[in-house]
Design a protein around this ligand. Structure first.
Ligand code: COA
Ligand code: AMP
Length: 631
């Protein structure tokens, strides 16, 4: 079947299409229904099916002849070490850790928060939860204690699994004090924490609460896989929305397993036994899906890389890993390649390595600028596939489906809708726009399996955020258009979400934090373009009457506030004092216009603007502070 036939089949015969895909995984009990709606009217896949995701990822392969194949290669330039686990070894480690969790009272349906750096034990922790039917919620290590506390309060974990420290380039970041601080800040208190002691910074343990990870694992009876329903949650992953409170994206077991398996075949075009490497972090959805679950469920060897694209030790590190582990398929964020390109524009370091195993490079997580894509194509001579997805979908919604039919790449486009996702571009009135016309990117319901069934403990927010703007559609939050050949162009978020080095952050939550400064009357945070990170946040602040704090002091204080409350990853560097902010006549701040001004883009001044002169003032401040690309 060519792409069009397969895609049409996936849309016109949804249940048949996904029943065929579901047949490819090892259910304990096959589903009775393929597609149904629950009591809230939300779509559910594979109701009645029974399975265990950790079984699919590990035990199944041991039972079917892959026991001695490497399942996971931990490659850590940060610690100068490499460690390999076969499927049998990883299963055994996971089963013991699951036994340890069980001995602490963790059962099916309980939640466990995981706050860990990129170490093998993070993968074990996720899989151990899955083995017990417990629901993990991984929190990215770059988040500050306040963000972790918000997630603890929402997920209410019985246990938190963490490590004594993470390593960022050559900087050791003690995690344990951050964890202690987060638990202190949270209203909900977990009974136990399990701490992986790393030699780079050994943590002080709290008697009766903190348990040593390795001791627990080594001294526990192995636990078996617990049967769960296809519709039971596998994990919660918090992601930035438009306000300070993150959204708890729920991922189910059945739909997710089927989607992960399917994507390896039809999007990434790999075979079981291949080596699949995603350079991301387990704290993000890309890490969940393509460092852990998809490669393992599909029987690939996965690489868990604790390092950076540059300076660990140099900009050739990715190419070294690809040669050393004979990587077949590589996936990372465009930012990583921008960083490499900056340090090694001629790709001289690449020439030192044999990359003959590599068949394709995939990028996602943020918009891939054509210049980076072109550079990568030229230096690698390989298909470079930009694909578009979100934490909510859990896997690609638009891609060049390399296992179905390879299309010529068009710069700036992630190519075509993935089977199972019926994409439409709608205007404000909910009507489909014409070819090449920009609008809201929406997915006609039901979304493909693996996509979020709801938000954790918040069905109403799920409806309000995604389902009610356009009846019958899921609102992605991205804007874009489809061209005459059916190629999809994602132009960026239409809400207050920004993407900093592939990290999804909310400008709304930054505004809440800056507004908490006693001198601030009003503020707007916008994501301006950044050559390395894609975007970075900049704050525009109006002071309260009578306040005379100088700009640099305010800037330093707000930088500290954002660092303390969100984390260093926000990469907040500039606060600009202004007298007025551009607004509509009804008082809505025109953030998009400020961004366009800062980026030096051409734009039409909105007819709803209260006073167009304010734009000149903003330009003046930006020029004075040398922020952005004002023309
Ligand atoms: N734990 C703790 N702190 C972290 C962190 C983590 N996991 N990740 C980032 N940070 C900190 C950094 O140490 C830095 O702190 P600093 O301001 O004290 O120096 C800050 O957050 C900003 O980080 P970043 O924007 O990543 O800048 P950088 O200079 O450290 O690294 C790159 C730049 C391009 C090398 C890095 O962003 C990168 O590897 N990007 C790829 C992105 C990626 O894989 N995204 C995954 C999504 S698919
Ligand atoms: P996250 O949920 O962290 O994966 O972030 C999802 C958001 O990142 C999307 O809504 C897009 O705005 C952006 N994004 C991800 N992949 C791409 C891509 N290939 N092209 C453009 N934007 C992307």
């Amino acid at each position: 079947m060519n792409y069009q036939e397969k895609y049409n089949h996936s849309i016109n015969n949804k249940e048949q299409f996904w029943a065929e895909q579901a047949d490819k995984i090892a259910w304990f009990k096959k589903p009775e229904t393929i597609l149904s709606q629950d009591e809230n009217g939300f779509y559910r896949w594979f109701e009645g099916g029974k399975l265990n995701t950790a079984y699919l990822a590990l035990d199944y392969h041991v039972e079917n002849g892959r026991g001695e194949q490497n399942a996971l290669i931990y490659d850590s330039p940060a610690t100068n070490s490499i460690k390999k686990y076969t499927f049998r070894e990883l299963r055994d480690e996971v089963a013991k850790l699951a036994g340890g969790l069980k001995s602490l009272g963790v059962e099916k349906g309980d939640t466990v928060v995981i706050y860990m750096p990129m170490v093998s034990e993070a993968a074990m922790a996720m899989l151990a939860c899955a083995r017990l039917g417990a629901i993990h919620s991984v929190v990215f290590g770059g988040f500050a204690p306040s963000e972790l506390a918000i997630r603890i309060d929402d997920a209410k974990p019985k246990v938190i699994i963490s490590a004594s420290c993470g390593i960022e380039f050559d900087k050791v970041i003690p995690y344990k004090p951050l964890l202690d601080d987060a638990i202190e800040k949270a209203i909900f208190k977990p009974k136990y924490t399990i701490i992986l002691q790393r030699p780079q910074s050994v943590a002080t343990m709290i008697e009766g609460r903190d348990i040593d990870f390795i001791d627990l694992q080594n001294n526990s009876q192995s636990a078996d896989c617990v049967e769960v329903d296809a519709t039971d949650p596998l994990y919660i992953l918090y992601t930035s929305g438009t306000t300070g409170k993150p959204k708890g994206i729920v991922r189910d077991n059945g739909g997710h397993a089927v989607a992960m398996h399917y994507s390896m075949q039809d999007i990434y075009n790999v075979k079981p036994g291949n080596v699949f490497w995603t350079a991301s972090d387990v704290g993000w959805v890309v890490g969940h899906s393509y460092i852990i679950y998809a490669p393992l469920i599909y029987g690939c060897t996965t690489i868990l890389f604790e390092g950076k694209p540059i300076r660990t030790p140099d900009a050739g590190t990715f190419w070294r890993v690809i040669e050393e582990h004979k990587v077949d398929c590589f996936f990372t964020a465009p930012t990583a390649f921008r960083a490499i390109r900056k340090e090694d524009p001629e790709a001289n370091l690449m020439k030192k390595y044999d990359l003959s195993s590599l068949k394709s490079i995939f990028v996602a997580g943020e918009r891939c600028d054509p210049s980076t894509l072109e550079w990568l194509q030229n230096i690698s001579n390989l298909p470079v596939i930009d694909h578009w997805w979100q934490t909510e979908s859990g896997w690609g919604m638009v891609s060049n489906m390399m296992g179905v039919e390879e299309f010529p790449v068009k710069m700036g486009s992630a190519t075509k809708p993935v089977c199972g996702f019926e994409l439409k571009i709608l205007n404000e009135a909910g009507e489909e726009v014409k070819t090449n016309e920009e609008g809201f990117i929406c997915v006609k319901l039901p979304m493909a399996p693996g996509s979020l069934p709801t938000l954790w403990n918040d069905n109403e927010r799920f409806k309000a955020s995604y389902l009610t703007t356009f009846e019958g559609y899921y609102l992605t939050g991205d804007g874009g258009y489809i061209d005459e050949d059916g190629y999809v162009y994602v132009m960026g978020r239409v809400d207050d979400v920004i993407n900093v080095a592939g990290h999804r952050l909310s400008t709304g939550s930054m505004e809440e934090i800056i507004a908490s400064h006693p001198a601030v009357a009003e503020c707007a945070v916008v994501g301006i373009s950044d050559d390395l990170r894609g975007q970075r946040p900049v704050g525009f602040v109006i002071l309260k009457d009578g306040q005379n704090i100088d700009e640099i002091n305010l800037e330093n204080q707000t930088i500290t506030l954002i660092r303390d409350k969100i984390g260093a990853v926000a990469f907040y560097r500039n606060t600009i004092l202004v007298k007025r902010l551009p607004k509509t006549r009804s008082g809505k701040i025109l953030r998009k216009v400020i961004r366009q001004l800062a980026d030096g883009e051409q734009f039409t001044v909105p007819s709803t603007i209260d006073d167009p002169l304010i734009l000149e003032e903003i330009k003046h401040y930006l020029r004075e502070r040398k922020v952005g690309k004002v023309v």
